[in-house]
Design a protein around this ligand. Structure first.
Ligand code: ADP
Length: 476
């Protein structure tokens, strides 16, 4: 089985969020299972080719779009997976992957469109015969459209994974021309969306199968509340829509071997976890290692429920608990959280993207806050549990599929339903009480969550089953 796997970010080469984790971990695991994986991503400025020993190959690819030619140099790395990085500095030699804090780059259609053409040209010129082309999110969802409409590869099957339906790649209608597409696919049943081009919609319509990253989210996105305008299309294609829950790479996220944390630990000596909390609080200048420590790690975006935290700062500052917040994103949130720095005795904030710090937080935390408005799957909660940190989350999407409230039999987390400050603070209070009033139970739950299985095995075997079913199916 040969799979071309394309993603706009792949861990560890470039990452802004969970997409990179999943793309990196899944492609590697597929290769471990004997699948021949060719993984493609753009070569951004921040990809460190020396650190990762990427080698430039002789070949280059030229893509012509809108009367302009884009030459891609190609860098390669063989590591179980064959990785290919397409380099064109005009398109990708920028400070950010998708846009600055002020907004998206205006030429994202050309940037990622040209990348998709580059992948197809590479496949053609190398005479690769993939069974499956697997694309991820809107940035690569032009691939299924090109596979059938431009390259006539009707024997190849395509899978599109939606990691987050909120981002769809919507551009003015002349993107049809800019992307070298035919106007005949600009209609309601294909790429057209309120007189604009919607690349994700094109991917949904033309792919052989569409997956999303949790069973609950797969159901939610067929409803107006979570469908972001695409619920009708998703309902129409329900027959080829699958919810496959993500896993995390247990080699990457392991408190026993993590080099960034103060003291390594595992379920058998998990008391050592508290050394991390003590050292970390000392390092950042917070006192009270006998108080519960709540952490938040994530993009500062509305989706993450960050408004609930913002609105609750005054109440949180009065709790007998510490809070550490790490994130970055939309300007108004960055500004708000920057303004908190140094103002509260029990709240520590770092605005930015900082993986080593996030690892210390996972290792030190007692509770992870994840009050998301919606959450396709969410990885933070799985990572947190792997590090023995209990999860306080809103019951939505993948959070619902991975966290069970302690009020349920065999529950091990704290969930709240309604998106409101009141319910959020109530959940925080339940956590605080669990910590102070039932410390033994709290510790047992820490051990429980460390032994839950969020590894990649089940996710990977589901994808392989899907690939196999598609490969032998007559339809496309
Ligand atoms: P997203 O919606 O952003 O993809 P996920 O929960 O699926 O959310 O994945 C988030 C990933 O990004 C996790 O690995 C998390 O640790 C990491 N992450 C998010 N924000 C930051 C940050 N500011 N610094 C370090 N890591 C972060």
């Amino acid at each position: 089985m040969m799979v071309v796997f394309a993603s706009s970010e792949i861990y560890p080469f470039a990452k802004t969020g969970g997409l990179a984790d999943v793309a990196g971990a899944l492609s590697k695991k597929l290769a471990d299972y004997g699948i021949k994986v060719f993984a493609f991503m753009p070569m951004y400025k921040r990809v460190d080719s020396e650190k990762y020993e990427l080698r430039k190959i002789e070949k280059s690819i030229t893509v012509s779009l809108g009367g302009k030619s884009y030459i891609f140099e190609i860098y390669k790395k063989m590591d179980g997976v064959s990785y290919f990085f397409l380099k064109n500095d005009e398109l990708f030699g920028r400070d950010y992957l998708y846009g600055t804090p002020e907004g998206d780059y205006p030429d994202n259609d050309i940037r990622f469109g040209a990348f998709c053409y580059g992948v197809m040209e590479f496949i053609k010129s190398e005479n690769l015969r993939p069974d499956i082309i697997h694309s991820n999110d809107w940035q690569t969802s032009l691939l299924p459209v090109l596979t059938y409409h431009k390259y006539g590869m009707h024997d190849v099957k395509t899978v599109l994974t939606i990691h987050n339906l909120a981002y769809q790649g919507v551009f003015d209608k002349f993107a049809v021309e800019r992307l070298g597409l035919d106007w005949e696919i600009f209609h309601m049943e294909a790429l057209e969306f309120y007189d604009r081009v919607n690349l994700l919609k094109g991917g949904i319509v033309f792919s052989s199968a569409v997956t999303t990253v949790s069973p609950t989210y797969a159901k939610e996105i067929t409803t107006p509340e979570y469908g972001h305008g695409l619920e009708g299309v998703l309902r129409k294609y329900k027959g080829k829509l699958y919810g496959i829950i993500n896993g995390i790479d247990y080699r990457v996220w392991d408190p026993e071997t993590d080099k960034c944390i103060y003291t390594n630990y595992c379920v058998f000596n998990f008391e050592r976890k508290s050394d991390n909390k003590r050292s970390f609080l000392r390092e950042i200048g917070l006192s009270g290692d006998n108080r519960p420590l709540f952490i938040f790690i994530g993009r500062f975006a509305k989706q993450k429920g960050i408004d609930l935290i913002m609105d609750s700062v005054s109440e949180l500052s009065k709790k007998d608990a510490n809070f550490i917040i790490l994130g970055s994103g939309d300007r108004q949130y960055n500004d708000f959280f920057s303004s908190l720095i140094g103002n509260y005795r029990n709240i520590y904030v770092k605005v930015g993207y900082d993986e080593p710090l996030s690892r210390k937080m996972y290792a030190s935390g007692d509770f992870l806050l994840m009050p998301s408005v919606f959450e396709p799957c969410g990885l933070n909660q799985m990572i947190a549990m792997r590090y023995g940190t209990l999860v306080v989350a809103r019951a939505t999407g993948g959070l619902k599929d991975t966290v069970k409230d302690i009020m349920e039999p065999e529950g091990y987390g704290i969930l709240f339903e309604q998106f409101s400050k009141d319910r959020f603070l109530n959940a925080v209070d339940r956590a605080v009480r669990l910590y102070y009033d039932q410390l033994e139970r709290f510790k047992d739950l820490q051990k429980t969550v460390m032994t839950l299985d969020f590894s990649l095995d089940s996710q990977t075997s589901k994808y392989i089953k899907l690939y196999e079913a598609l490969k032998y199916s007559k339809e496309y």
